[in-house]
Design a protein around this ligand. Sequence first.
Ligand code: DAH
Length: 349
Amino acid sequence: MNNEILELKQRFEDELAKIDDLQELENIRVNYLGKKGLVTDLLKRMSTLSAEERKTFGQKVNELKGIVGDRIVSRTAELRDMAIKQEIERMKEFDLSVPADLGRGSYHPVTLIQRQCENVFRSMGFTIEDYSEIVTDYECFEAVNIPKDHPARDMQDTFYLNNGQLLKSHTSAAQNAILRKYGKSLENGVPIKAIFPGRCFRNEATDACHENTFFQMEGIMVDKDISISNLIYFMKAMLSEVFQKDIKVRLRPGFFPFVEPGFELDISCLICGGEGCPSCKHSGWLELCPCGMIHPEVLRMGGIDPEKYTGFAFGLGLTRLVMMKYGIKDIRDLNSGSLKAMSQFTDDE
Ligand code: DAH
C-alpha cells in the first residue's frame, strides 16, 4: 500500500517536471485530484480497509493529496510568471513606441568636420559667420561678378523660388554681406578674416560623388598686401590639422568669375591612395578647394577699395572633405538619414 503511494508521488513529480504549459498542468490536476483522479481513487479505496489500516493509509494519502495540491499551486504561479515574461518579450519585438537602443547620441560627420575646421581657423584669428540658405540673385551671382546671362551660371543648376529668390548654390553668396559687414574695420588696420560654412543646393543628378544638397565652407581674408602665399599657407595648415598629417596638394589654374587669378586646389584621393576610384572619378585626385585672389570688382561691390586692399577666397567642399576623412565612398550616405550609418562617427579631438 505504502509503495503504491510512493510510486504515485514519484509519477506525479515526473509528469510535473515535463510540462511547461498551464493547460497541461490543469490536465494533471484533474488526473490526480479530480473526482475520478488517481489520488481520489486511493481515498475511495479506504472503505475497503480495516480500521487500523485506514488510519495510517488515510494519513499518507491525505499527505500526498496535500503535496500534490501545493505543488500544483506553486507550479501554476511559476508558469503564469513565465507566460507574462514571454508576452513582454514578444511585445518588445513589435512595440514601435519603444525607443531604439542606439546608445549615446552622436554628431553628423559633417558637423564634426565643420567644427574641426572652425577650431583651426578660429585659432588663426578668423571669425565664423552664419548665413541664410535662401538668398537673392544679387548675393549669389551678381555681387560675385556673375551677371545675368553669364555662362558661369550654367555651372550651378540653381533652385529658384517663385518670389525670385533662390536656394544658395554656393557659400560665395555670403561674400558680399561679409565684406560689407567688416569693411570698415580695414580702415582701422584690422584685416577681414572670416569663414562661413553652409548648406548649398543644386539641381544635380545624384551619383556616388554628386548630391543636390551638400556643404561648403567659404573663407576670405582681406588686408593690405595679401597674396597667394597667404592662401596656400592657411589651406595647408587647415588640411594638415584635419588629417593629422601632411596632405599632398596640387594647384591648377581654374576659372571662377569672382577670383583673379583662380585655382583648383586638389588633394590626393585618400580612399584609393591616388590610384583612381569612383569617388575621384578615377583620376586619383579630388577637387577639394577652388580658390584664388578676390576679383577687384567683387571687392568694389563689397565697398572695399581694390587699389588699397587685396584678399584671397576659397570655397572648401566640406562634404568632400568629410568623405575623404572618413573614407565614405558614396556621398548619398550622408543625407540618408540612417542613424545606424551616421552615428558611427565620434569626435576624436
Ligand atoms: N563658389 C564656387 C563654387 O561653388 C567655389 C569657389 C571657387 C569659391 C573659388 C571661392 C573661390 O571662394 O575663390 O563653385
